[in-house]
Design a protein around this ligand. Structure first.
Ligand SMILES: *Cc1c(COP(=O)(O)O)cnc(C)c1O
Length: 494
């Protein structure tokens, strides 16, 4: 399987290892497989009795054809094993009889980014060997909270790799901030920047696009690579859990093999929901993909009107990992629907004017599969309250946005299909907001909220969050966005 850029027709084809190593295509586009492999019901049947690692290996082997099955199985076995995902990697749990939660947060950082970032460093490490790369890879990450920590945890102390993470100083929760500030490892660096997530992401993209910086780094024997969800190495692992969830739904008798289900995903950068779309295109019986947004509902408007317009107020919400106005992975969907030339033109318009409008047939094609709903802050809080009080299911703010959207969609369409809801974070990762939603009161502090929420709900605190207040803070730097490049160069020399 070869990979092409979303922005150049007839672009040079590259291997999976190369796509994972470089992250972005040379023309600024994203890498996509040149064709999507298929998966049949017979194959799904074969996967029913497999472990998560085996299912993931099977899916990866269709995309990462320059990796051997032995390599992939060795990596997935470690990445998704009991030590990192106690109790299993992506378990499903029924919420209300129609909506089932796909819990993607049982990994080391209690958020779904672990599903990709525990495996990707292993894939990258092998990619360096496969492409005979002698230089050191410097992973640059802009994060709205969860990616940063998950990447730090995945890449720490991996040979031939360094990682530097930037986060918006006021755009992450206190727990998220502490998780990053206390990161251990000899190859890691963390800095806060003044601004919001888009400022951080724009800063990182600028550094990636700057030839002078690349030259200076090269002189130090270093090259840049990305761990953001634009990297194919992040996306491929996400396809696997939709396949696995479908198998588990069949196994537990919720559905019969071949039954259609809907998928609902709380969405920010559009990576997670795009992975569900790929699974559908491969042949999984997924009917509708419900794209759930918070108050930053640029995607809801886009899916309803065909106009993507980022010129709007930016809200800081209780679901900060979805506080995003530019959903980078949407470009991959545009590529599949409109082709590379039009995608490049739309991206150009987006970067110039902050908006673009699809042709009618293009948005119609997207609407065949995608529906958009959003949750206000009030909707989010009541979803947390309702699921807990009615069904005893405690969900975090992001999952609550998704639950609200799933229920709104079911109410609008009177659909009887089962919905698989991607649950993207442990409720304890956003304990203050969850506590306030349940009680109407503020907890005594963000850290105290962990204990208070646990006392209130009798739900256990995940081990990685339980001792967060006791670790040593290592990284406290805050800088302006225009200082990011210099700090990267300084870190590369270390
Ligand atoms: C990253 C994240 C999301 C959004 O996922 P995308 O792939 O960016 O759409 C949703 N919820 C949580 C908790 C996250 O960390």
């Amino acid at each position: 399987m070869q990979y092409v850029s979303t922005r150049t027709k007839e672009a040079e084809r590259v291997s999976a290892a190369y796509a994972i190593k470089t992250g972005l295509a040379p023309d600024g586009g994203l890498f996509m497989p040149e064709a999507l492999p298929k998966i049949t019901l017979t194959e799904l049947f074969e996967l029913l009795d497999c472990s998560y690692a085996e299912r993931a290996t099977y899916v990866f082997s269709k995309f990462l054809t320059d990796y051997s099955v032995t390599e992939l199985l060795a990596d997935t076995t470690v990445a998704y094993g009991e030590e990192r995902f106690p109790g299993g990697a992506a378990p499903i749990r029924n919420i209300d009889g129609q909506v089932t939660s796909l819990e993607l947060w049982h990994g080391p950082t209690s958020a779904f980014k672990d599903m990709a970032l525990q495996i990707m460093p292993r894939l990258l490490s092998r990619a360096l060997g496969k492409t005979e790369e002698k230089r050191e890879a410097l992973i640059l990450v802009a994060t709205s909270g969860d990616t940063g920590k998950a990447a730090l945890e995945g890449y720490r102390d991996v040979p031939q790799i360094k990682i530097k993470v930037f986060y918006p100083v006021d755009g992450v929760s206190r727990v998220q901030k502490l998780q990053m500030q206390t990161q251990v490892g000899n190859n890691v660096d963390v800095a806060a920047i003044y601004g919001n997530f888009d400022d951080a992401q724009t800063g990182v993209k600028k550094i990636f696009g700057d030839a002078k910086i690349a030259e200076a780094l090269n002189a130090e024997g270093v090259f840049l690579s990305s761990a953001n969800s634009i990297n194919w190495g992040r996306l491929a692992p996400q396809i696997a859990y939709y396949v696995s969830a479908y198998c588990d739904m069949v196994k537990n008798g919720s559905i019969v093999l071949g039954d259609a289900v809907d998928i609902c995903v709380p969405t920010g950068n559009f990576g997670n929901i795009f992975a569900a779309y790929i699974a559908k295109e491969m042949g999984l019986p997924f009917q509708k993909l419900i794209c759930a947004s918070n108050q930053n509902n640029v995607l809801t408007d886009f899916l309803r009107t065909g106009t993507y317009d980022r010129n709007r107020h930016f809200y800081t919400t209780t679901s900060p990992s979805m506080d995003i106005l530019i959903s980078s992975n949407l470009e991959r969907l545009l590529f599949l629907v409109c082709g590379a030339e039009k995608t490049a033109a739309y991206m150009e318009e987006l970067s110039k004017n902050g908006k673009y409008t699809l042709a009618e047939d293009e948005i119609a094609k997207i609407q065949e599969t995608f529906v958009g709903y959003f949750a206000s802050e009030e909707d989010t809080a009541s979803a947390i309250r309702n699921t807990f009080e009615k069904y005893g299911y405690l969900c975090d703010t992001h999952t609550a946005v998704g639950y609200h959207a799933a229920r709104a969609y079911i109410a609008d369409t009177e659909s009887r299909r089962k919905v698989i809801l991607a649950s993207t974070a442990s409720p304890y990762k956003f304990a203050s907001s969850v506590y306030r939603a349940l009680t109407g009161k503020d907890a005594d502090g963000d850290l105290e909220a962990l204990e208070q929420l646990s006392a209130l709900t009798k739900v256990d605190i995940p081990a990685p969050l339980a001792d967060i207040g006791k670790r040593v803070v290592r990284f406290e730097t805050v800088m302006d966005a225009d200082q990011m490049a210099d700090s990267v160069l300084a870190f590369a020399k270390k």
